[in-house]
Design a binder for this molecule. Structure first.
Ligand code: PBG
Length: 329
């Protein structure tokens, strides 16, 4: 009988033990970040229809959920605020008693040293027009006027105890500007997570329901065009030059090429955000019995890690962490 083929990659796939020993990538709870919503004016958690298992938290339920996340060993939480009132400049974002800042103080209190409390820095949840910045007289998003609002927001979030500020608004110069504002206010130790390559995506749909977004139209004048791979890298390089402590690619699954490019060149940690629509579609297919929820969610996050993410923001974070902790992944 012929000896061919002598090279048999299947040898290393033969048993679970061999597969485990030769796995190139593995997940760990400490590199997962759970995005969470804290909503003004509620006493009990409220479910978000398009995101099964994700809720709007009251300040109290947020604290309990942060404790649960810490117990599961996840690396951090990323907080988003859902205010009762919105206005043209997003005043709630810079009010120390605004819901995101109140929630941040509560989360920091609940977390102790167990995980990193992070905050989303963007105006879209707080503006009545739903854009990520303030508007110029002609209705366009005014980049430099928005930077001034972001700077103020950064300082208020740092005062509330945020340890890592997620700059998600896609204004030019936002990282350098916020860095200067934080340093000038004595918050040189507060780190900046740059949502560097953030693409204008249809997969944000469920999030916009979750934050009760008032947006009419789209964000294509500031978020990246999905056609552009090289431009994603350009944004990453600019943010690193401006002082970003971490850079991020978002969404994750439709942009794994951009993520791999970024991981190949970045001198700072590279994160990715598996966004609401990515989560929702896995749930929807599973609810129809078309895919297995546990297997598909684990595989999706593993693929993001494999493409080059050092840490991953995902709504599956708590579930994955619990399964990792009990050997079910
Ligand atoms: C902006 C922001 C968005 C998300 C995170 N930060 C929404 C947007 O750009 O429209 C989306 C997150 C998700 O879809 O899960 N504040």
């Amino acid at each position: 009988m012929s000896e061919f083929p002598r090279v048999r990659p299947r040898r290393l796939r033969a048993t679970p033990a061999l597969r485990r020993l030769t796995a190139e990538t593995r997940l760990h709870p400490s590199e997962l970040v759970l995005p969470m919503f804290v909503r003004e004016g509620i006493d009990e958690p409220v479910e978000i229809g398009s995101m099964p298992g994700v809720v709007h938290h009251s300040v109290d339920s947020l604290k309990r959920a942060v404790e649960e996340a810490a117990e599961a060993g996840i690396g951090g939480v990323m907080l988003f605020g859902v205010p009762l009132e919105k206005d043209a400049v997003g005043s709630g974002a810079t009010d120390p008693d605004g819901i995101l800042n109140v929630g941040t103080r509560a989360a920091v209190d609940a977390a102790g040293d167990a995980l990193v409390v992070q905050t989303d820095l963007c105006l879209d949840e707080f503006t009545d027009h739903g854009h990520c910045g303030v508007l110029a007289a002609d209705g366009s998003v005014d980049n430099d006027a928005t930077l001034a609002r972001y700077d103020e927001m950064a300082v208020v979030q740092a005062e509330a105890g945020s340890q890592l500020i997620g700059m998600s608004g896609m204004m030019d110069g936002q990282i350098g500007s916020a860095r200067d504002a934080l340093d000038a206010a004595g918050f040189g130790g507060t780190a900046l997570l740059a949502y560097s390559a953030k693409y204008a995506s249809a997969f944000y749909g469920p999030f916009r329901e979750a934050v009760q977004s008032s947006l009419v139209g789209d964000r294509r004048t500031y978020q990246l065009d999905g056609a552009n791979r090289r431009e994603g890298l350009r944004e990453v390089e600019l943010d690193i030059a401006e002082g970003a402590d971490i850079v991020m690619v978002k969404p994750a699954m439709s942009y794994l090429d951009v993520l791999a490019d970024t991981a190949a060149v970045s001198t700072v940690p590279v994160w990715a955000y598996q966004i609401s629509g990515e989560y929702a579609m896995i749930h929807a297919a599973a609810a129809n019995g078309w895919i297995d929820l546990e297997a598909a969610s684990a595989e999706s996050v593993l693929s993001i890690k494999r493409a080059g993410a050092d840490a991953i923001l995902t709504y599956f974070a708590l579930d994955l962490a619990k399964r990792l902790n009990t050997g079910r992944i």
